[in-house]
Design a binder for this molecule. Structure first.
Ligand code: NAI
Ligand code: MG
Length: 356
């Protein structure tokens, strides 16, 4: 089959990790008889430099017409002085909205060969901890009404957390469908003891759960959930939550795995369309040094094969290659504490591609 992939390398280490990811996808194409046509377009700082805007219309058009979108990372000190609306990072928020990517999927997985990278004790993470966070991405307080008012205490500012039944239902279905293919547990996280929007969240999730009698649903208040993630992370399978709570909890969960250079993510629409990117940023501190770990982006490409292109065997081939790469003792700089024999970005891409 032929697939068109919109590729947005971005800034900093983005283009470096993307180069290796394309290499691995090409190896998958050769093995399974697929053609991946990469359409490279700009967003973020690279787009500001070339076109004076962080998200050119052409980038949106190419992304919309592609089968899937792969993104490196955007941003860096060169553009930090720009006002909020013009910064590279704004491209991401706008792209998510333009493409309707309301479901953010972030697996937090401890690779068995990297268990010592976790800050938690081995008996707490157990063997191969594997959690998925399903975060609502285009609603809630990040997109709610905001403003400034005068009060008796001086100037005040506000942001509104608002969720509709429709928004809650569709993200809930994403979580329940995912749990069905995994260990069958959805943990919904809210603040229903205090917030009205959370009470509607909980009521709606309970209604959706009726369509999934084979999935176990439990509810957590967000403060308890953040504690339980550290105390006993193995109790979680799929965590379902709002935009704000998901932003915070997914960073917390990512740290349990110990290595930001390993974590992929997907942002999905109603259909199967999606944008795939590593959880990390553009890492300007190591850009150009060959120290960037490309595995987070390579694993994001595996998610793309599984969720959008419906190629589960091909996705497994990438994930198995990464497992074998680690089992063979290969390490990038971030995984080896800077050991002199650490593999470079390119060496890592070459080895994983060869292992496909
Ligand atoms: P960051 O994730 O870029 O870097 C945090 C730390 O992790 C740095 O020490 C970096 O060297 C290291 N690191 C990150 N990815 C790595 C990899 N693949 N291999 C080895 N080490 C890695 O986050 P930071 O420093 O807060 O942000 C840098 C820039 O990236 C900022 O402009 C920020 O706004 C942007 N950013 C962009 C994101 C995106 O495009 N999705 C997400 C997060 C930040
Ligand atoms: Mg965040």
């Amino acid at each position: 089959m032929n697939y068109t992939i919109a590729v947005i390398p971005g800034d900093g280490i983005g283009p470096e990790v993307m180069e290796e990811t394309k290499k691995v996808l090409e190896a998958v194409g050769r093995k399974f008889g697929h053609q991946f046509a990469f359409q490279t377009v700009l967003a973020g700082g690279a787009a500001i430099d070339a076109f004076g805007e962080c998200l050119p219309q052409n980038t949106i058009d190419v992304a919309k017409s592609a089968d899937a979108v792969l993104l490196g990372a955007v941003g860096g000190p060169k553009w930090d002085a720009l006002p909020g609306e013009q910064r590279p990072e704004k491209a991401l928020l706008r792209l998510r909205k333009e493409l309707g990517l309301y479901a953010n999927i972030r697996p937090a997985k401890v690779f068995s060969d990297l268990a010592d990278a976790s800050p938690l004790r081995p008996e707490i993470i157990g063997k191969g901890l594997d959690i998925v966070i399903v975060r609502e991405l285009t609603g809630g307080i990040y997109f709610g009404k905001r403003g400034h008012v005068e009060t008796e205490f001086g100037e005040a500012a506000y942001d509104v957390e608002q969720y509709s039944v429709g928004e809650i239902r569709r993200i809930s279905r994403t979580a329940f469908e995912m749990a069905r293919k995994r260990r069958g547990i959805v943990s919904s996280v809210d603040k229903a003891n205090v917030l009205e929007s959370s009470r509607l969240w909980r009521k709606t999730v309970n209604e959706v759960a009726e369509d999934y009698p084979d999935v176990t649903l439990n509810h957590f208040y967000v403060d308890n959930a953040s504690m339980q993630l550290i105390r006993d992370p193995r109790q979680f399978d799929v965590i379902l939550t709002s935009n704000l709570f998901g932003d915070i909890l997914s960073d917390e969960a990512s740290q349990i795995t110990g290595s930001i250079g390993m974590l992929p993510s997907a942002s999905l629409t109603d259909g199967n369309f999606g944008m795939y990117e590593p959880v990390h940023g553009s890492a300007p501190d190591i850009a150009g040094t060959g120290k960037a770990n490309p595995l987070a982006t390579i694993l994001s490409a595996a998610m793309m094969l599984r969720y959008t292109l419906n190629l589960p065997e091909e996705a497994d081939a990438i994930e198995n290659a990464v497992d074998r790469f680690l089992a063979a003792g290969f390490r990038t700089a971030d995984l080896s504490g800077g050991a002199p024999d650490a593999l470079s970005t390119k060496e890592t891409g070459d080895r994983v591609a060869a292992m496909i």
